[in-house]
Write a protein that binds this ligand. Structure first.
Ligand SMILES: *Cc1c(COP(=O)(O)O)cnc(C)c1O
Length: 367
């Protein structure tokens, strides 16, 4: 029997091949490949989609976050509050900017930063809170913003997993002072290579990120600041413009799949993800929890169902952060999550019959 793939990326090309091919031809024929009309148009369209004044296209998600921090003047000597459980890029953005990460434990059922734990992590050096909309669900932004406002902190969203997700009547990326986006190919809005963006209503921040992404230069060969090279390519921007038109439809397929999992797996021997009040997730990942995660994964694998673990090792236990002095046991909720989570197949091209096989396979897991 064929396998159930975790995510069929090639299908995203096949479904809209004609539109993508036309965009490719348009850019190739234009003779203009860096910072041109496609990037400008994508920036307008994505800002409109998110409901922000500005969007600035950059090279990838990590640099989007780094550019925001740098543009706000956050660096050496400063502290930034980050979720203890996130993809390591969130932490690396802070560390690479020279600032110190201050990890805070999650709310267990949503996997997102717990606003009730932020206050005690704040010191005189804290400059910002960097919530992640993990797995496609918005963090509890109202409560996070309340704490931030009371303490004079910036709120920077890591929106890399939540393109199109809503919180109340707004989309993520428009909820904090600024947001960093990744368009890595597996994200809900994915490019065909590396790409990223910053969205914000802050005129000054947008202007600075625009300078910094392009050598600190406003006009060619005149450099106001020591910037970097983190530009969104014309080609990726043109392909992203096509993908953006299909984002809502493809997200709604993910929502249908998630609803089926939530209904069909009720009563199965696992902890299902919880949708928080006011949040409308876009299900970048569908993550369940089991104390027997490894056995479950082995059994599903034996039945031809491919799953992944997001993520097997939390940032504070990575070799890269051993100087932090946070041994096992430092963040127990996060460590439990990392040892128990399993991501089931989900994506705009998961067929009904393949999903039925996943459901069946999970239900047979009894030991
Ligand atoms: C993918 C991702 C990033 C980084 O994006 P890149 O484009 O790969 O640099 C940052 N944060 C989170 C939560 C992500 O999932």
């Amino acid at each position: 029997m064929s396998e159930v793939p975790f995510l069929e990326l090639g299908q995203t090309y096949l479904e809209i091949k004609d539109e993508l091919d036309a965009a490719y031809q348009r850019v190739m024929n234009s003779g203009w490949y860096i910072l041109g009309e496609e990037v400008a148009a994508f920036e307008r369209e994505f800002a409109a989609y998110c409901g922000t004044k500005h969007c600035v296209g950059v090279g990838n998600g990590l640099e989007a976050l780094q550019l925001i921090l740098r543009a706000y003047g956050i660096g050496s000597g400063d502290e930034v509050i980050v979720p203890a459980n996130t993809y390591i890029a969130t932490w690396l953005a802070v560390s690479n900017s020279g600032a110190t990460v201050v990890p805070v434990e999650p709310e267990e059922r949503t996997f997102n930063l717990d606003p009730r734990r932020i206050e005690t992590a704040i010191t005189s050096r804290t400059r910002a809170v960097l919530p992640v909309h993990l797995y496609g669900q918005a963090a509890e932004m109202d409560a996070i913003k309340d704490v931030a406002r009371k303490n004079g902190l910036k709120v920077i969203e890591d929106a890399a997993q939540a393109h199109g997700a809503r919180y109340g009547n707004r989309r993520v990326g428009s909820l904090g002072d600024a947001a960093g986006w990744s368009f890595y190919p597996t994200k809900n809005l994915g490019a065909y290579g590396d790409a990223g963006a910053v969205t914000t209503d802050d005129d000054e921040l947008a202007q600075r990120v625009r300078l910094l992404r392009n050598y600190g230069s406003r006009s060619k060969y005149y450099n106001e600041e020591r910037g970097i090279n983190s530009r969104l390519d014309e080609l990726q921007a043109a392909l992203l413009r096509v993908r953006l038109k299909h984002l809502d439809e493809w997200n709604s397929r993910r929502v249908r799949i998630a609803e089926t999992y939530l209904n069909e797996l009720e009563g199965a021997r696992l902890l299902l993800p919880l949708v928080a009040e006011g949040a409308a997730p876009v299900w970048h990942l569908f993550v369940v929890r089991s104390k027997m995660r490894d056995e479950l994964q082995r059994q599903l694998n034996g039945l031809g169902v491919n799953t992944l673990v997001h993520y097997p090792v939390p940032p504070h236990l990575q070799e890269a952060y051993k100087d932090l002095g946070t041994p096992p046991g430092s963040f127990p909720l996060t460590e439990a999550i990392h040892s128990e989570v399993l991501s089931l197949p989900i994506g705009p091209h998961l067929s009904e019959s393949d999903q039925a096989r996943v459901v069946q396979a999970v239900k047979t897991f009894t030991t």
